[in-house]
Design a protein around this ligand. Sequence first.
Ligand SMILES: *[C@@H]1O[C@H](CO)[C@@H](O)[C@H](O)[C@H]1NC(C)=O
Ligand SMILES: *[C@@H]1O[C@H](CO)[C@@H](O)[C@H](O)[C@H]1NC(C)=O
Ligand SMILES: *[C@@H]1O[C@H](CO)[C@@H](O)[C@H](O)[C@H]1NC(C)=O
Length: 299
Amino acid sequence: MDQQFLFFLLILIISGSASVAWKMKTPLMVTASRGEDAVLNCSVYPDRLDYSDKITVKWAKSQAESPFFECSVRNDTLEGPHDCSVLKYSLFGDPRRGELSLLITNVQLNDGGTFFCKVELVGNRKLQDKIQLDVKAPPHILSLSVVNSTCGHSSSASRWLICEVEGHPVPKVVWLSASKRLLENQGHSFKSGEWSLKACIPYLQQGEEVVTCRAENSEDHAERSFPDSNTLTMFVIVVSAIALMLLCPVFICILIICLRNHRQRRLSDPPADGAELQPVYSEISCESSLFINTRNNQF
Ligand SMILES: *[C@@H]1O[C@H](CO)[C@@H](O)[C@H](O)[C@H]1NC(C)=O
Ligand SMILES: *[C@@H]1O[C@H](CO)[C@@H](O)[C@H](O)[C@H]1NC(C)=O
Ligand SMILES: *[C@@H]1O[C@H](CO)[C@@H](O)[C@H](O)[C@H]1NC(C)=O
């Protein structure tokens, strides 16, 4: 009985020391900015240096879920490439050297969350650990417009200026006057999505005052004004273009009159050694019908 217990204890100690030697290392948390590539570091320290069988690496988004990334490499040679990359995800390092890190290209907000790094060796030897990926995003103003609705609020105002912003952490919105001072009425705001927020202030039509929506979070800030200065610029460009189009025929007429006067003056001059007149009208290419007329007048 005692011998059996001792034997059991011995096995427990042996397996215990083996599992201590065979260990995995991961950081608790990895932070990346949206659009960047992120590396989730994960490495294993093998208990046997002569392991030459299959190493299976798996990455999953939750403990229960089936892995979204899986790759097996035989540890018979440390040379040569391994074939462990998919489009968005690939291994960063070589599993044969205990490197199981995952490279995620162009991380987006919904890539954030808990990841599980798993490794399996032949003989049902498994290890796993988790890593938190935090994706940061500077504020981005999705829209700034006037709407005829309640803006998620039962209030007397019927027209609201709504600024929808997105970012991680979810940005805070402040409203500024044309002179960049805080407006007295900062309205209200509510979350419109996991990373977005809608901020509303009553929109009073009187006055053409420019109001600015400013979104801030720990990453950066963003601003947009209403009415939009870009819209104003576009308006100026369009008006200038129309004015030019209207003025162009006037300029052409003036040019033609000038040319005709010039030609008449040259015709009245005695031509030098009987040389023909140079056709000056060939320099201009628009309004061909008018040139045909001037040519007809000449002969
Ligand atoms: C992640 O691993 C790479 C090499 O695999 C190393 O250069 C880098 O410093 C590691 N980063 C962290 C945060 O441990
Ligand atoms: C793969 O084999 C090499 C020796 O060839 C060894 O150093 C390495 O630790 C092994 N890798 C794993 C994950 O066991
Ligand atoms: C906006 O809403 C008000 C009442 O809330 C209504 O009287 C008005 O006709 C609406 N205007 C438009 C353009 O829908």
